[in-house]
Design a protein around this ligand. Structure first.
Ligand SMILES: N[C@@H](CCC(=O)N[C@@H](CS)C(=O)NCC(=O)O)C(=O)O
Length: 303
C-alpha cells in the first residue's frame, strides 16, 4: 500500500541564519553563522591572510582551508556540520546559489563544475562533497567512527555513500524543488498528482533505506555514527523543510534522526538547518532571474 502523503510546516519558525564576522587571533574577517555557546571557527592551518573580495564572502584567504558553501544545500550542510563537529579549522566562503554566485568566473576558478560545495586548501581545489568529506577525514585524522578503518564497517559506509546519490538525494531533492521552488517560479501550486508521484518515489527510497541500510542498527555502520548517517540525514531534511513530515510515520527513522543529531551536536545541527527551515519565506525576487528561468525549464521537464 502506498504510504499516505502528509505535509506539515517546518518545525522551526526562527529567522534566517544571522551571519557574524569575527577575527580570531587577529586574522582578517571570516564569516560564520552565530552559534550561542560555540567557539569561533578556528583559524586555518597556515593562517588566513585575506586579499580582495571573495564569492559572497568577506575576503579571499590565500593559505588556509576554505569551504565554499550555501547552507540551503544538503551536501554543504554535511560538510559544514562535519567540519564544525570535528573542530576542523576552515574559512566559510558563502556562495549564494539563489543569487547565482556559483555561476561567476570567480567561483569557476574554485570549481569548474560550478556547484557547491567546493574546497580550496592552498593551491589545491576539490569538488564533490563525498570526496571533500574523505579528504577532511584523512587530513585531520578525525575519530575512526566517521569512516571506520575496519574493512567491513567502512564498506557499509561506502555502500551507502555510493547508493544515495540517485536515490535518497535525487528523490528528496526532486520533492523539495517541486514543492518549494516550482510554485515560487510559476506562482502556481504543484498539481497534486505530480506531488504525489514525487512523494511516492521518495517513499520507495525511504523503504529501501530502512530495510537495506539502517535495519535495526542504531546507525548505518553499526553502533556509531559515520559519514553515511550525516550525509543521509541532511538529505532527508530537505523534503522535511519543504513540509513533508516523513519522520512522523517512521518511528525507527525518527529515533535514528535523534541519535544522529545528538552525535553531531543538536545545537550545531539546528544552526546548520536554520536557513533551509525558513525556505518557505523565500520569494522569487530573491533569485537571480536567469537562475529562475533555468530552474523553470529543468523542473517543467521532469515527470
Ligand atoms: N555531487 C555533488 C552535487 C553538488 C550539487 O549538485 N550542488 C548543488 C547544490 S545542492 C548546486 O551547486 N547546484 C547548482 C547548479 O547545479 O547550478 C556533490 O555531492 O557535491
Amino acid at each position: 500500500m502506498p504510504r499516505a502523503v502528509r505535509w506539515q510546516s517546518p518545525a522551526d519558525p526562527s529567522g534566517p541564519v544571522p551571519w557574524v564576522r569575527h577575527r580570531p587571533g587577529g586574522s582578517a574577517g571570516r564569516c560564520r553563522p552565530a552559534l550561542p555557546g560555540a567557539g569561533p571557527v578556528p583559524a586555518g592551518p597556515g593562517g588566513t591572510a585575506l586579499t580582495g573580495p571573495a564569492v559572497g564572502g568577506s575576503g579571499s584567504g590565500t593559505m588556509g582551508l576554505e569551504l565554499y558553501l550555501d547552507l540551503l544545500s544538503q551536501p554543504c550542510r554535511a560538510l559544514y556540520i562535519f567540519a564544525r563537529s570535528n573542530n576542523i579549522p576552515f574559512e566559510f566562503k558563502r556562495v549564494q546559489l539563489a543569487k547565482g554566485q556559483h555561476k561567476t568566473e570567480e567561483f569557476r576558478k574554485v570549481n569548474v563544475l560550478m556547484k557547491v560545495p567546493a574546497l580550496r586548501d592552498g593551491s589545491f581545489t576539490l569538488a564533490e562533497s563525498i570526496a571533500i568529506l574523505l579528504y577532511l577525514v584523512q587530513k585531520f585524522k578525525t575519530p575512526d567512527h566517521w569512516y571506520p578503518a575496519d574493512l567491513q564497517k567502512r564498506a557499509r559506509v561506502d555502500e551507502y555513500l555510493s547508493w544515495q546519490h540517485i536515490n535518497i538525494r535525487a528523490k528528496g531533492s526532486k520533492l523539495f524543488l517541486s514543492k518549494v521552488l516550482l510554485p515560487l517560479i510559476t506562482g502556481q501550486p504543484l498539481p497534486p498528482e505530480k506531488l504525489e508521484f514525487a512523494t511516492e518515489e521518495l517513499n520507495v527510497a525511504l523503504k529501501q533505506f530502512e530495510e537495506k541500510f539502517l535495519q535495526d542498527k542504531p546507525f548505518i555502520a553499526g553502533s556509531e555514527v559515520s559519514l553515511a548517517d550525516l550525509v543521509a540525514l541532511v538529505e532527508l531534511m530537505q523534503p522535511v523543510c519543504a513540509g513533508y513530515a516523513l519522520f512522523e510515520e517512521r518511528p525507527a527513522l525518527a529515533a535514528w534522526r535523534r541519535r544522529v543529531e545528538e552525535a553531531v551536536g543538536k545545537e550545531l545541527f539546528l544552526e546548520a538547518h536554520q536557513e533551509i527551515m525558513n525556505v518557505k519565506n523565500l520569494t522569487a525576487d530573491q533569485f537571480a532571474p536567469e537562475l529562475l528561468e533555468n530552474f523553470k525549464q529543468q523542473l517543467l521537464k521532469q515527470n
